[in-house]
Design a protein around this ligand. Structure first.
Ligand code: SF4
Length: 282
């Protein structure tokens, strides 16, 4: 039922693309303009709506590089394994690596830890591309990828180095680290969670506490958008996760006089604008 009030929309300041995704999109657009059509290894980013827009600009994702060849291929913002990189170089005239510098930093940390004889623990989602790249870098030195401390069995270790996928919850990272401190003689810990993600999370939670309803806009496959939604839902039960403006339940939203908006790091600003415009008409 509609409430009689002047509806307030509170939009997070930390919203839209993060610097890593922004860089990847700019490179994709630049090369698509030059070559008419470019391929990207996997999805360049995790937002279905933006991927559709990029296809219209001539940017197409492929799952494997072994079967294709051509002028240009872009490696995604979440990184590529050494094997993928080598294959791409063999089959394409130009390989553009859009891997986020923060992911590359974690790769370098792992390489250094390996040189110093540490076994590697990665905190993150097993199936995620970034985690796949980090695991591949760790190679035989990998102890495992853990999302939660409960997944760790009781083996003991001598030298352990801990890093994280850029978008995990800090509390999960700290719990896993605590467990390995108990199990190991020596632990080196690197907080590789991305600052941009953390800023979004804390701002979204603050907004969610102070509005009647909270909306998170993000791709279904976006790990950081899903985590953002999970966080805001803890403090505001009237929270919704949407992919675009057509997912808005306008009848339900008429009940709320204040609505907060946050987005994942791969949600484009044009999509956020569409959602806000639709909300203003509710
Ligand atoms: S979320 Fe952080 S680590 Fe991931 S692409 Fe964006 S800036 Fe890079």
């Amino acid at each position: 039922m509609r409430r009689d009030c002047k509806r307030k929309i509170v939009t997070a300041k930390n919203i839209g693309f993060c610097s890593g995704v922004d860089r990847a999109i700019n490179l994709a657009e630049e090369y698509a303009k030059k070559f008419n059509r470019v391929l990207t290894l996997d999805a360049l980013l995790h937002n279905e709506e933006e991927l559709k827009r990029l296809e219209r600009e001539g940017v197409f994702p492929v799952n494997k590089v072994d079967l294709l060849s051509g002028d240009v291929i872009l490696l995604p913002a979440h990184g590529a394994t050494k094997e993928e990189n080598d294959k791409a170089k063999k089959r394409f005239k130009k390989v553009i690596d859009t891997t986020c510098p923060l992911v590359l930093r974690t790769v370098k940390i792992i390489e250094q830890l390996k040189k110093e004889g540490y076994k590697i623990v990665i905190v993150g989602d097993k199936g995620h591309r970034e985690t796949k790249v980090l695991s591949n870098t760790a190679g035989d030195s990998l102890i495992g990828v853990f999302k939660k401390a409960e997944e760790i069995n009781g083996d003991s270790f001598v030298k352990v180095g801990i890093v994280a996928q850029s978008t995990v919850f800090l509390e999960d990272l700290f719990e896993v680290a605590k467990k390995f401190i108990e199990l190991s003689k020596e632990v080196r810990f690197f907080n590789t969670v991305c600052e941009e993600t953390l800023r979004r999370q804390s701002e979204a939670v603050e907004i969610a506490k102070n509005v009647e309803c909270m909306i998170v806009i993000g791709g279904k496959s976006s790990a950081n958008s899903n985590r953002l939604y999970e966080l805001v839902r803890r403090v505001n039960k009237n929270s919704f996760f949407i992919q675009n403006e057509s997912n808005l339940n306008t009848e339900e939203l008429k009940r709320y006089c204040s609505i907060g908006i946050a987005s994942g790091t791969s949600t484009p600003s044009w999509l956020i604008k569409n959602v806000i415009e639709r909300l203003q008409k509710v």
